[in-house]
Write a protein that binds this ligand. Structure first.
Ligand SMILES: Nc1ncnc2c1ncn2[C@@H]1O[C@H](COP(=O)(O)OP(=O)(O)OP(=O)(O)O)[C@@H](O)[C@H]1O
Ligand SMILES: [Mg+2]
Length: 242
């Protein structure tokens, strides 16, 4: 069996609404490596978010299969799939998905509690993750007190705190200005480089292309091209994060 963290074969997916069937993915195959930041680009509606949902087990394909960390996701029952996603995957979205009432530290610690970590361990790991994204000093702040860039860094800290083997990001920079977008992409890059995660990032943002190890271009539910960058740009995130 392959040791690559994600092997997707022949993925097809259509959405049905009454009699109308919209094909979205048409027999797409790809293999993703650990320790790499893979960027998925392509026009709106071409199926990028659908692909992320299939790779992470959020949706099942109509045809084809996804083997993630050696497990065929289509063969797991709902409870096993939930557990797999909780144990091994992290998500970062455009909209941050933070709880308004919780402090940054609590937002990051919460999923660690679901994973069964003790409160002490959860808060220690959460504090370390916030430090990694440069937000140690803002750990007591609630979302309303944070900038957009800071909120996205909290969301990244939350995803990183459990050290997931698979990290998925869907348009994580689109609500951010250039400088904050750069910080976010550097953090995703670091998750791949330093934590060995397989990072898959969907984005419209052309600035991100030079920072990825690999760029997959999609159109109409298929892969148009698959390019590797030998030496992606990486700026020093620690200099940028206060
Ligand atoms: N739950 C759904 N039910 C029906 N159609 C859907 C559903 N989700 C997505 N679609 C359709 O499937 C197609 C692909 O959607 P998807 O969200 O994967 O595209 P995308 O590449 O992520 O686009 P964007 O860049 O705008 O986020 C679109 O035409 C969309 O309208
Ligand atoms: Mg999308």
């Amino acid at each position: 069996m392959s040791t690559d963290p994600i092997v997707a074969s022949g993925l097809s997916k259509s959405y049905r609404s009454g009699r109308i069937v919209t094909p979205v993915l048409r027999g797409l195959s790809l293999t993703l490596r650990a320790g790499e930041l893979c960027l998925v680009v392509g026009p709106s509606g071409c199926g990028k978010s659908t692909l992320l949902a299939l790779l992470s087990g959020l949706l099942q394909p109509d045809q084809g299969n996804v083997v993630a960390l050696g497990r065929e996701l289509g063969r797991l029952d709902a409870a096993a799939l939930d557990r797999f996603r909780l144990d091994h995957t992290g998500f970062v979205f455009q909209g941050f998905n933070l709880f308004p009432a919780l402090t940054a530290l609590e937002q990051v610690a919460l999923p660690l509690g679901y994973l069964g970590r003790s409160t002490d361990v959860a808060f220690a790991r959460a504090a370390a993750a916030l430090e990694e994204v440069g937000l140690a000093a803002r750990r007591g702040a609630r979302p309303a007190e944070l900038s957009g860039g800071e909120k996205q860094r909290v969301a990244i800290a939350r995803a990183l705190a459990k050290d997931p083997a698979l990290l998925f990001a869907d348009e994580p920079t689109s609500a951010l200005d250039a400088a904050n977008g750069q910080i976010v992409i550097d953090l995703l890059h670091r998750a791949a480089r330093q934590h060995g995660a397989c990072v898959v990032c969907v984005s419209h943002d052309p600035r991100l292309i030079g920072h990825a190890d690999r760029v997959l271009r999609m159109e109409d539910g298929m892969l148009l091209s698959d390019e590797r960058h030998a030496a992606p740009l990486l700026s020093a995130v620690t200099e940028r994060c206060p």
